[in-house]
Design a protein around this ligand. Sequence first.
Ligand code: SAH
Ligand code: MG
Length: 213
Amino acid sequence: MAAPKPNTLAAFQAAKGFMPVDEGLALHDAATDAAALGLPLLEVGTYCGRSTLLIADAAREAAVTAITVDHHRGSEEQQPGWEYHDPEVVDPEVGLMDTLPTFRRTLHKAGLEDHVIAIVGRSPQVARAWGGPLGLVFIDGGHTDEHAGGDYEGWAPHLAEGGLLVIHDVFPDPADGGRAPYRIYRRALASGAFTETSVTGSLRTLRRTGAGI
Ligand code: SAH
Ligand code: MG
């Protein structure tokens, strides 16, 4: 599978975010595979655009569009006082997290702005307003059952047959992290509509091979 462009990879490594390089390369492979369907590639959980860059690189190559959804106010564990908080991404005027400006800089520096549509909103609400089929659904949003479950229920039905569902932070062992992403991964497999195609760290790739999500 084609590698990301060297300047995309350099921008990825310089970007704030939560994805190691091996998982990023697996995400890029999945996005490249899915882009062959000629449909948009969707991400839930933009944050500062680290993973978005790799999806956008694959989208540019195949002349499709990457779509990334986030309310940009951060997940539970990113709020002030929590483990993954970064004070650099707080809007001093409103006193809340705002990762949108950093995301836009990330995308601009990588020269990928023309290949991405950023949607600012809550994932289930955006999913309800969404109309068309998708080639890729990458779930990397909130880690509670409510949020991960809402991402799966909202977006998986929009995935075209042959398209790829990629889930980040899948930890079968509770000692490694929260298990909401693992539970939606199990749900996807139990639905009978997906076949697993790859495992890289906590990143799981499943192909939609049937109906009945
Ligand atoms: N993909 C990013 C990391 C995403 S972190 C990277 O590679 O670095 C998770 C993001 O999900 C946060 O930015 C948070 O604001 C967003 N998020 C959490 N719950 C959400 C929801 N219900 N709707 C939209 N965005 C959500
Ligand atoms: Mg993640």
